[in-house]
Design a protein around this ligand. Sequence first.
Ligand SMILES: Cc1cc2nc3c(=O)[nH]c(=O)nc-3n(C[C@H](O)[C@H](O)[C@H](O)COP(=O)(O)O)c2cc1C
Length: 366
Amino acid sequence: MSNTIGNTYRFTTFGESHGVCVGVVIDGCPAGHKVDLNHIQSELDRRRPGQSNLTTTRNEPDKVEVISGIFNGVTTGAPICMVIRNKDRNSSKYETLRWTPRPGHADYTAEARYGGHQDYRGGGRFSGRNTAALVMAGALAKQIIASVGVQVMGYTAQIGDIQAPEPTVEEIKEHTESNPVRCPDQETAEKMIQAIEEAKIDSDSIGGKVKCLALYIPPGVGQPVFDTLEGDLAKALFSVPAVKAVEFGAGVLLASMRGSESNDPFNVKDGKIGTESNNSGGIQGGISNGMPITCTVTFKPTPSIAQPQTTVNMKTLEETTINIHGRHDPCIVPRAVPVVESMTAAVLLDHLLRSGHVKQVMEEQK
Ligand SMILES: Cc1cc2nc3c(=O)[nH]c(=O)nc-3n(C[C@H](O)[C@H](O)[C@H](O)COP(=O)(O)O)c2cc1C
């Protein structure tokens, strides 16, 4: 079992969907960082259920509670524990599903792996609810990397087959939060909303893509050959439930390019080495090259759908049909944007600590 990620900025998550709480213990956080708890709360609010009628109706306040590691508003260097309580738990629907795994969900594989001892209520440890712990660790990481000028921002780039035009950084910053799908282009956002609503009316679900950018990462960050920046980011992003592909830069499109097209020619701007294009997504040889780190994360459609589906009874080995009546997001993508940003920020902080760009004891902050 592995519930811990990271080398220097290292965190362990705990909790289940219908247990007491969901939380995180962060070890290796630099001492002396003045924590902005309102920011951590606002990041949790971006992930929270019930933000709009495009999300699950589960009603959770997701209020962050700090248990340890922050004293007088400042990180002490000791483990930081943060939790949110589970308030709106209704496990009754899951008793009827106990032996009939939901297609696309982790019910069957969890049964196979944990011998039937897993908490199956609401997806237990496999629930999207556990991503709140990732957001708490990531929000804190975002604050610390901001102190060395690094910014991380994500947006919804695709829902179903509706794709957003490539936005500028300003458009991402100004418009992403202005609609419930978190797409910086308003016209595309409306089409995406419609696609999600149509899936919901059909008792179905829909997938999509989140794009994430990290700006102002200095060149020279990354630990080849096994802890490459791409490798660690990919691992972190694949730990987010429902992620099925992670690409950097031009990603899978590189397969159909020639080297003359895919190479990023070097240039010098304001005395700094950069590249004209960014097909490699700011990483070469597993090390940052100073250009924005860009990645695209693909989410599958939400597995739980309110249509009759074929499954098996794991006890009797008979084929049967299930009807799922729990509360589910028709599309995971809009709520996953802050989760993708969080995992990106946490990995970047880990590597910035390892490269010495962020110090173990922070300079005094005003
Ligand atoms: C923010 C978020 C919310 C999610 N909400 C749901 C949901 O309401 N219903 C559901 O069936 N799956 C939901 N999922 C996805 C499942 O947790 C995931 O598909 C399942 O654990 C199986 O893992 P896999 O898809 O990575 O193989 C959510 C995922 C995330 C990131």
